[in-house]
Write a protein that binds this ligand. Structure first.
Ligand code: ZN
Length: 286
């Protein structure tokens, strides 16, 4: 399923969903979200974000395609097809329609100028490559793949981490000469800038889109699930540095709350783009 995300400005944003639904029990993703504490949250009673019958958080895995007047940029490339990920059933040897969904937007894979992975965890790099005749080749033949220097250098030293995704999803891009290592505050073009958001991973970056009318932050995994807006100190168990990750969540919440700004996280279910507002109890989604 691909879906246009309607923001007020001229940039076109499409969400390319690999899968969405009840995914894991709260403590499996967020250890501090115990049954007793999670039941006190707004997220618990919101059927968009939590499936009470299954006791599972509802999550989405999607990439974001941005069309500006100058270029087409894909932010995060999800899990990918045919990837050997035996430890996570939903990720293992997938046969999904990600590319068809891109085509459904009217954009072809060959039109994409930049691919930006907010970080190099296996669910953000998968469609960097596709399997052709037993070889992993770049999915986007004309794209520069932008990797933040800190993130790239960290995982280069630990290539077996992240379910082995370096070998099938990063190395082939290095071999094809399409990698561009960038600073964490790299500007792709006016109105499309990266910002450092280290914490969830060592070199995680976010994308700030300012199209003259709307401002949107594509925040990757800085906030995994809406319950972390209620409890910014609830890190996911995949966060590399909980202290820094918490600090980043608080920064994003403060930066966007009660302003004409949107957040588009990598795993929030539909509609996936939200504005934040302060309630008596704390911050929540508008
Ligand atoms: Zn993720």
């Amino acid at each position: 399923m691909s879906e246009a995300i309607k923001l007020p400005g001229p940039f076109e944003i499409y969400k390319i969903v690999e899968f969405e639904g009840a995914f894991r029990e709260p403590t499996h993703i967020i250890p501090l979200a115990t049954e007793k504490d999670f039941q006190k949250t707004l997220s618990y009673n919101d059927t968009r974000f939590f499936d009470k019958t299954k006791n599972k958080l509802i999550m989405s895995f999607h990439g974001l395609l941005i069309k500006t007047s100058k270029s087409i940029i894909l932010v995060d490339t999800c899990v990918g097809n045919n990837k050997h990920r035996p430890n996570i059933p939903e990720w293992h040897m997938r046969d999904g329609s990600f590319i068809d969904q891109i085509n459904n937007t009217g954009i072809r894979v060959s039109d994409i100028n930049y691919v930006l992975c907010t970080h190099l965890h296996a669910d953000h790099v998968g469609w960097n490559t596709k399997l052709i005749d037993g070889r992993w080749v770049p999915t986007f033949p004309n794209a520069k793949y932008l990797f933040c220097e800190e993130e790239f250098n960290f995982w280069k030293k630990d290539k077996d981490a992240n379910h082995g995704s370096w070998e099938d999803s990063i190395q082939p891009i290095i071999d094809s000469g399409q990698v561009e290592i960038v600073e964490p505050n790299h500007i792709i073009e006016p109105g499309v800038e990266l910002l450092p958001a280290f914490g969830h991973s060592p070199g995680h970056v976010i994308v700030k889109l300012s199209d003259g009318i709307a401002v949107a932050y594509l925040i990757g995994d800085v906030i995994h699930h809406p319950v972390q807006i209620e409890h910014p100190d609830w890190s996911s168990k995949f966060c590399w540095d909980e202290f820094k990750a918490t600090k980043m969540r608080k920064f994003i919440i403060k930066e966007t709350c009660n302003k004409n700004k949107f957040i588009i996280p990598a795993h929030f279910p539909s509609p996936s783009a939200f504005q934040l507002t302060r309630l008596d109890k704390g911050v929540w989604l508008k």
